[in-house]
Design a protein around this ligand. Structure first.
Ligand code: BGC
Length: 363
């Protein structure tokens, strides 16, 4: 079967023939339909990140997928069911991994499909056990491939709400008295902004573009205020509209993230979801940042990966997003490429390119 692969440690990406998986007794055979591309894939292609399975030279890329059941085996699924597989497989040793929370692994000895030690979904067939598959509700269609990036914002919101139980944070049933700011309008940022919006937050989303881009127009159609950070700083924004109770960092830029800490309101929380690459060092207003964390009782929390529970919530929230803002998710899935056009798929960049996916149908 065809698979899009990298040779970890060597920059580049290619397509090659790989052996088809033979499902074990408890496994289901799945056909990937769409596989999304994200910054982590680009880091792996640049050889900054990524690990092949033990004893293999190549890693099949892809961790954001929408699959269809081909052979359900002994599971309760049926041929033709649509499912979203999760990414991380636990270390099998620590409390978190043994209790369904591999996203909170203590040992770091977890594996991740398409990223670290396990082959991913950019290929014609994969085998997986039912515990790692979230069923797709009817009506979502191809937009369901956005589930994995959506889980990151879901986890940021769910964990932030849970951490904020230290105070009265809700506004009597929803979060309409709270201001949220999302830094970055890539797929993770846009989906996090929508997840905050359907919970009632007043939401701002910042990027480096003006209001005419597709992403800015989509955000504003969902009642999210767009801020062009080329026209002013986050500090200036917070002086105009007030400080933010909740900030989600989704640019992966360490300066953007840490510089925005002083924009947090009293008792605010900032969830960092972007993973900065490279090894830049720079000067930071460390005193101002630390003082504002302490004097505001602020929380700065790191958010990585998501277990199956966030996939299930993300799918439910995506149904609600589609109900409230029809068609918005289909537009976030802005570009699709055939597997043989992988080179263009991994390199295309433009302000109107939001989520790019490889379409394996007909491969
Ligand atoms: C993925 C996560 C993964 C992280 C680190 C992200 O792109 O969405 O599932 O845990 O990379 O490998």
């Amino acid at each position: 079967m065809k698979a899009i692969v990298v040779k970890p440690g060597t920059p580049g990406v290619s397509i090659m023939d790989r052996k088809e998986p033979v499902p074990a007794k408890d496994e289901i055979l799945l056909k990937p339909l769409l596989v999304g591309i994200c910054g982590t894939d680009r880091e792996i292609i640049s050889a900054y990140y990524g690990e092949a399975p033990a004893g293999e030279e190549y890693l099949t890329l892809g961790h954001e997928s929408l699959c269809v059941v081909e052979e359900p085996g002994r599971s309760s699924l049926h041929k033709g069911d649509l499912v979203i597989p999760t990414v991380r497989r636990g270390c099998g040793e620590c409390w978190s991994c043994l209790h369904g929370q591999s996203d909170m692994c203590f040992t770091g000895r977890y594996k991740e499909r398409g990223i670290k030690g396990l082959n991913g979904y950019n290929c014609e067939l994969v085998a997986e056990v039912q515990d790692y598959l979230a069923p797709v509700p009817s009506g979502l269609g191809d937009a369901a491939v956005l589930t994995e990036p959506m889980t990151i914002g879901e986890k940021a919101i769910i964990q932030s709400i849970s951490l904020q139980q230290r105070i009265k944070w809700d506004c009597g049933g929803d979060f309409s008295c709270r201001k949220a700011l999302v830094l970055g309008t890539g797929p993770v940022g846009m989906l996090a902004a929508l997840a905050a919006r359907i919970r009632g937050f007043q939401v701002w989303a910042a990027d480096r573009h003006d209001d005419t881009t597709l992403r800015a127009r989509l955000l504003s159609s969902a009642g999210i205020k767009h801020f062009n950070s080329m026209s002013g700083s986050i500090e200036e924004l917070s002086r105009t509209v007030g400080k933010f109770d909740f900030i989600v960092e989704a640019t992966g830029d360490a300066i953007v993230g840490l510089d925005s800490v002083p924009a947090l309101a009293a008792n605010g929380i900032m969830a960092l979801t972007g993973i900065p690459g490279g090894a830049q060092s720079y000067q930071m207003p460390a005193v101002q940042i630390m003082r504002s964390i302490v004097l505001n009782n602020a929380i700065v929390v790191g958010i990585v990966n998501a277990n199956i529970s966030y996939f299930k919530t993300a799918l439910m929230d995506m149904v609600e997003i589609n109900r409230r803002f029809p068609g918005i998710l289909d537009k976030i899935l802005s570009h699709r490429f055939k597997p043989e056009d992988f080179s263009r798929a991994f390199s295309i960049r433009d302000s109107d390119v939001i989520k790019v996916a490889i379409d394996w149908r007909g491969a």
